[in-house]
Ligand binder design. Structure first.
Ligand code: 3HC
Length: 687
């Protein structure tokens, strides 16, 4: 229930915001604050106000869900205008997260008192927007405009201490003194005859050069990002035009960006990420096991990364290797990776020692007898995995959960070897496992609800984004990737070059094209997967068979410069691909960027629809989260399934049919679910 409570302390009215969990500034809360402000202004016994929060955070800002709905008065701007017009001072008592519109409310106050743990940010750019309730005009009038611009362009939070140093906040207070200090400040400010409002000032012209420099740097770092361009224009306005004109300009930009597909996609990603962590409906709310200690089998790249992820979050880890030298190598690999983090400044020396102390290596499975969760990260071979699960069943306690980090193998077949299949599950981490946030949580046919819920909870404790998926070859991510890879190979066979494909992909918004990506991951990995499942990819197979495994051999779709990382076009590859086309009897032709993108992306959407129909993913948003976080799909496109929505389902369906006819590839025919979405007419435009 949204509410605002009003408390009187001496002559100051305390306005408590109470809209759990995050005090999002939805219509009801805005109306309640406005009402409280008006009441305080009317009340002759009140000389000032304090805006405070009943919750652990001050406010997460505007209610993002309302952005898709018809605006309801009072708008945030109307509320802020009323606060600005109040003859009595208002002080913000900021106790925690104070983001977006929440900070804009605070900027319209006469002072901001913060705790040292407060976090102040204007993160609207992350949603493809700019601050839309005066942030772009008040912030550069309050602090150095170049710093204000950087704060808004990164969306990164300033701590309470940093906010005081930069001038964003007025003073620090201990949490237990916050209200008293804010109340005292309001009483003090009430003694002034006139309120000093930011709207009555201008940005300091002496700071203009520094601002323009910061703006130029940003434009270079974010080419073509409309929210950054609009932000710079708006902040520049604080030098050039009166406050009210600056506000109008900010409003126009905000409204334009709000209806842009980019912002819609970013907002979709925000909610999809949160929803994906919720268990699918059929699981209910089972008991969750308290996981205290963890075992990892295999100290290769994945196993070491998984061990580091757990250790970094306080879990003692026992890492099992096949023999002492391998165990030592795994330990050394972890120690060296942690040292690199210290060198880069992302980890303190103390944290490194603590993390390392939590990891113990061993060769005897009996060392896992106390583990609550064991994750197998051995070779991607069914026999190896089944053997490990058989051994585990003999040593672990009956309540222990057994997880496999397989990226495509059948979890049910692995589970059969581990005794009680109810406690067996897939935990598909992405490399590097200590950095990448995504974990596909693969439920087997017999995996118990408690096992699923426990693993999701544990992954969340690691700061990961767990997404529950069904058991099938490649699960969600790699199953969709397989469709894209098939098309990639066909495109190369039919006339596109690796450069054409990568260029089209980066123009679409991906950081890396699929050929560069393949070279980075190693072409032998998918080659082995194809061999195991009797599939072929004539071009990729020929590259691997010619010893071109990617960056690791200095040659793949490209050859690599001496640094081992810079791709260089290779005539040998052109010759090799042309020879394969000839051998396959495929006539090469010029393929334009549009066809490249559609051939690569639309089959992913088609496969996604199949995955939804089969119930392998619970929600389309889950597929988007997997692709954004595991495979670098541009976040501002919202993931493949949301991209289909922005493109319009009828357009996607029509284009798939066209491509199926053009290529003779029947797998490109649209899935019934897509046909249905295209004809029901409801989901054509993005919400
Ligand atoms: N609007 C609507 N719902 C929000 C919200 C917001 N601004 N912020 C968070 N929520 C919801 C989440 O969706 C989630 O809902 P759920 O429980 O149904 O899944 C719930 O609040 C809790 O959120 P988190 O799970 O993210 O909780 P955390 O404690 O991990 O994080 C947070 C809290 C740091 C506030 C994080 O939610 C966050 O960063 N929120 C977005 C902040 C933001 O972008 N603000 C700017 C909004 S745009 C704006 O203000 C425009 C203005 O300039 C006009």
């Amino acid at each position: 229930m949204v509410s605002v409570e009003i408390e009187r302390r001496d002559e100051v009215s305390i306005i408590w915001m109470d809209n759990p969990p995050v005090n999002a500034l939805g219509a009801a809360l805005r109306a309640a604050i406005l009402h409280a402000v008006e009441a305080a202004v009317q009340d002759e016994a009140v000389i000032g106000m304090v805006l405070a929060s009943r919750h652990a955070i001050f406010s997460a800002g505007a209610d993002i869900k309302e952005f898709n709905q018809t605006p309801v008065s009072p708008s945030l701007r109307e509320l802020i205008d009323a606060m600005d017009a109040s003859p009595k001072p208002i002080v913000a008592a900021i106790n925690g997260v104070c983001f977006g519109g929440g900070l804009e409310l605070a900027l319209a106050c006469d002072a901001r008192i913060v705790t040292s743990t407060a976090r102040l940010a204007l993160p609207e750019v992350k949603l493809g927007l700019l601050p839309g309730a005066g942030g772009t005009q008040r912030l550069p009038r309050l602090m150095n405009p170049a710093d204000a611009l950087k704060l808004m362009a990164t969306g990164a939070p300033a701590t309470g201490d940093q906010a005081v140093t930069s001038g964003l906040a007025d003073a620090l207070a201990a949490a237990e003194r916050l209200l008293a200090e804010a109340t005292a400040k309001a009483s003090l400010l009430a003694k002034r005859t006139v309120r000093q409002r930011l709207r009555d000032t201008a940005a300091d012209q002496g700071t203009r050069d520094a601002f323009e420099k910061a703006a130029a740097t940003l434009l270079k770092a974010h080419p073509g990002e409309p929210q950054i361009e609009a932000l710079i224009e708006a902040v520049r306005g604080s030098y050039e035009v009166p406050f009210d004109e600056g506000m109008r300009q900010e409003r126009r930009s905000f409204e334009r960006l709000l209806v842009d597909d980019r912002s819609k996609s970013l907002r979709h990603a925000f909610f999809a990420e949160r929803e994906s962590g919720q268990l699918p409906g059929d699981i209910g709310s089972p008991d969750v096991i308290d996981v205290k200690t963890v075992g990892v089998i295999g100290g290769g790249t994945m196993g070491s990364g998984i061990a580091m992820a757990f250790a970094a979050n306080g879990f003692p880890v026992t890492l099992i290797e096949t023999d002492e030298p391998s165990a030592q190598r795994a330990y050394d690999r972890i120690a060296s990776s942690l040292s690199n983090s210290v060198r880069r400044g992302s980890l303190s020396e103390t944290a490194r020692s603590e993390n390392l102390a939590r990891i113990k290596t061993a060769v005897d499975y009996a060392e896992l007898s106390a583990a609550d969760l064991v994750i197998e990260a051995a070779f991607e071979e069914m026999d190896v995995k089944r053997q490990i699960f058989g051994r585990l069943a003999d040593v672990v306690k009956p309540s222990a959960i057994l997880a496999t980090n397989t990226s495509y193998l059948d979890v049910d077949a692995i589970a059969e070897a581990g005794g009680d299949a109810g406690r067996v599950i897939g935990m598909h981490f992405f490399s590097p496992a200590n950095i990448m946030k995504l974990v596909e949580v693969v439920r087997g046919r017999k995996t118990s609800a408690s096992t699923i819920a426990t693993v999701v909870k544990v992954a969340q404790k690691l700061g990961k984004l767990p997404v529950v998926v069904g058991n099938c070859h490649g699960f969600v991510g790699n199953r969709i990737l397989a469709r894209r890879s098939e098309q990639l190979d066909r495109l190369l066979l039919e006339g596109a070059t690796p450069e054409d494909v990568d260029r089209a992909f980066t123009a679409f918004g991906s950081k890396l094209g699929p050929c560069t990506m393949g070279d980075l991951a190693g072409l032998d990995i998918s080659w082995r997967m194809r061999r195991a499942t009797g599939r072929t990819a004539p071009v990729a197979d020929a590259l691997v068979e010619a010893g071109r495994l990617g960056q690791k051999t200095g040659r793949g779709y490209y050859r690599y410069a001496e640094d081992g990382r810079t791709p260089i076009s290779d005539l040998e590859v052109t010759t090799l691909i042309e020879a394969v086309s000839k051998k396959q009897g495929v006539k090469r032709r010029t393929i334009d960027q549009e066809e490249i993108i559609d051939r690569l992306i639309l089959p992913m959407i088609n496969e996604g629809a199949r995955i939804i129909e089969e119930g392998v993913a619970a929600r389309p948003g889950d597929i988007d989260v997997i692709w954004i976080h595991g495979y670098g799909f541009p976040r501002w496109r919202g993931g493949p399934m949301f991209y289909a929505q922005t493109r319009g389902y009828p357009n996607v369906v029509a284009r798939l049919k066209e491509l199926a006819t053009l290529t003779g590839d029947e797998s490109l025919r649209p899935e019934p679910l897509l046909e249905h979405l295209a004809t029901d007419g409801k989901s054509v435009a993005p919400q």
